[in-house]
Unconditional design. Sequence first.
Length: 488
Amino acid sequence: MAGVPVSVVVPTVLRSPTLVRSVRSAVVAAQRCGTDSEVILVVNGAGGTPVPVAEGPGLRILHSAATGVSGARNDGVAAARHDTVLFVDDDLVVPPDWAARMAAALHQPGVTAVAAPVRTVALGPVTAYLEHDRGFDARPSGPGRAATLVTANAGYRRDALPGPPFDAGRYPRFGEDTDLGLRIRAAGGAIAWCDGGEPPLHEVVEEPASILRRTLRQGAGTARVYLQRRTLEYYLPAPLRTYLDLTAGRATGWRRFTEVADLGARAVFATIGLLRHAVLLVGYLDEIGRTCGVELVEPDEAGLIRDLGAVLTAAVDRAGVAEATWRHLPLRVGPPGTDPPSTDPPGAGPAGTGPGGTGPVAGSDRPHWPRSARSCTGTPRRCPARSCRPPRSGTTWPGWAGGTGCSRPSRRAARPTSRPASSSWRRPPARPASPSTRPCWPGRTASAPSNRSGPAVPARFGAGRGCRWCRYRPGPSRRQQQRQPQRR
């Protein structure tokens, strides 16, 4: 927005190879909003290292003694002269119209903060995974809105939220942007989503050790956010949920990346995802134990990163994916309605997932068929014979929704032609077709079919005897067996 001066805060530790280009691009973008705009380069914990950035219009260099990037950003906000404050990392190169677009989105009615995407150059498998999984930027939650903030490319109005924006004491290195977004939404403010125009270019090379170290800090930050709210309304502890899914044998937390056509890249992404969940859980439990005074885990950070990094490196070497492949993988989670489709043909999903595989479902990876037919979920329907109900409330059997029969073998109107994959359902014995047959009822007597050779022998449908013509023998229940005296 031309005519609205902005203050751009860039924290750095002087280790990014793109620092000079990042600062110069931020200066050019800020000057388009007015000559009074400024760029504040906050040097955090670099000691006496010289700053390799020349002076420019509106550029100010501030040395901060704060611990962590959250305190450095707070020092930059305190030194800013304008209420429109934008944040960008030192490894992002912004386009010339970036500051104007962010300021225009920030000054919409009812908007307190703004989030925007970034475009990452995938220079390896780890960076490609984070770009594919949108690990570097925020995600939209609706038309023109975002749910959280990622301070790599964000901004907020200082007049709408006075005081330091980040809680540097509780979140020194991770989780400060999530906490800020939750506080803004709790106060009634909105977070705008600015996806128009060219996004900033993110040039970074992530190694296995760096992603594992970052994930460990992410787990600790997630625990702090959850413990501060003490309610699942604000933040569901994803590491604990994933752990429960994996231990229970559910596939909801197991990503298979079926939207990636290259099988080698798919295997590498699945390995990185599982290792990240494991390290996330370690950091989460470690922070929970420290806060509550209970030793839940004893993490050896150096050994953990070394061993898991070796596993990840071996998986990458075994896959043998060309370097050019990592740069052309689609985003898994994009704007609403633009998620990539699955590359697996129908019925060719992984073993144990049933027909159709898993398929991407807007940030989830739930299979079409569960491990057991009894845990299938869907809309309960009545039996075609209108005499039965589903096995229990809220559940349905495979084939039930298609009108193929009831869960009781003796009352099926039409049986499935094939057995569903990964289910515990068994086909009942074939029932002879005869107009004189009738369904068996507990406690009643069923006549044998008239076209059967020999005299008609009545068969009482009692405990352990079953029906003579449909061969359905339910037998006594477990409770009845316990009550019956043992015969010698």
